[in-house]
Design a protein around this ligand. Sequence first.
Ligand SMILES: O=C(O)CCC(=O)C(=O)O
Ligand SMILES: [Fe+2]
Length: 442
Amino acid sequence: APTTNKQTERKINILNESGSKFAIYWINPQTREGVLMTVPDVMHGASFPLNSFVGHEFEVREVPAASTGLCKSEDQVCRSTSFEVSPGDEQTFTINKHYEIKFVDDKVKAEEQASQIVQDCKMRATTKLAGAAGDAAKTQEAMDDLVECVEVGVASSLAKANEELAFQASIRKGMAEQMENYTCVDLETDTTPPLETKRWRSEKDKKVRNVQILFNRPSSKIHVIDNFISQEECEAMAAAAEPRLHQATVADGKGGSHFSEHRKAMQAGIRVHWEKEKNGDKIAQLSRRVYDYANFVLDLGIEEHGQEDLMSIQYFGRGMNDTAPDRYTPHCDGDCDGLEHKDGTRMATLVMYCTIPEFGGHTNFRNANVHVKPKQGTGVFFSYMDPDSKVMDNGFTEHSGCPVYEGEKKIVTQWIRYGVDAENPWDSFNTLGVKLSEVEDY
Ligand SMILES: O=C(O)CCC(=O)C(=O)O
Ligand SMILES: [Fe+2]
């Protein structure tokens, strides 16, 4: 079973509307004893924010008034109540004067909103129905009216929520853009702590590898896999790349390509000789492991046929004062527009670190707040398509190869496509995912 090394954190808020002071205790699950969380006590009208975890229990206890030494209930017995932190977001617990708890979270809010829309529409429909007095056509009209009313209400509240989301995303992306330069030059920055660690057992080499899950959304996953590529596999890739290394280019969107400061590195594509796989060819073995891992995570039955070549990418450091260092500025490897996947286009990447530079060359996912410090042999897998809905990532997997200042950085990258096979190889699709043979003027 996967091991989770982190409890699920939740920020909660406790509101005092009880009419008197109370204290909040955390209930230790082992001893069942209360641990006081609130010094001083929480006054009537005040709220108390708490960083807690799902499943944690709390008790709220009324505090006697200093002047009388008595509690405010009718029989003057100090009242108390308890609650448990639930999985929802934005949880607020309000304690009223009967010591009842009103619980609100994002789900409850949504339900309240929905019920409000339905109630309003129902009132209108009820009036109309009364007027219809059994007339079939008028009854139908009232029904249609009800449906339309709900539709308009739901649509407008969804539109509002989407607008808020887009606004939040634009703020977050703006902040991430500013952070990129600092994150990349901060050479002390270590790999982001994992949300979860797992193990992956390869059927081919029978090895078990540790996997750190750094980001985990349906359309956007980032994994770091220990010892993914061996020294021999790195050497085989470097040897194959050596005679064909050339300055990397970027697509210009018009079918051509050119050199760019955004992608300053040397590279060479390496064809996999699958016919040599059974003879233990290092490059074929490595490539097989890439697809096996992608299938382990995404379960899409990706095949090697029709995929892009493995890519050897090499960055050379020219010192800390280099104003145009080798690097790969923030980009998405495939589409990251939150739209549906286009047939034959990329949906996952495996970057494998072979040679680690002395300074620089980290891999940074600025929009996900995820940073990877390269380690010899480590693989970074990231996917940018929801394997169920086929909806693309919306920017979380945007990433950069930070500037390399000292030493060399050599990586092997496989860009993985979905919808390609032997008959429909990657280069038979244009960048819009349209088969070139289906384009009229091709
Ligand atoms: O150099 C890196 O760390 C990132 C490389 C990269 O973005 C890619 O190969 O697509
Ligand atoms: Fe990339």
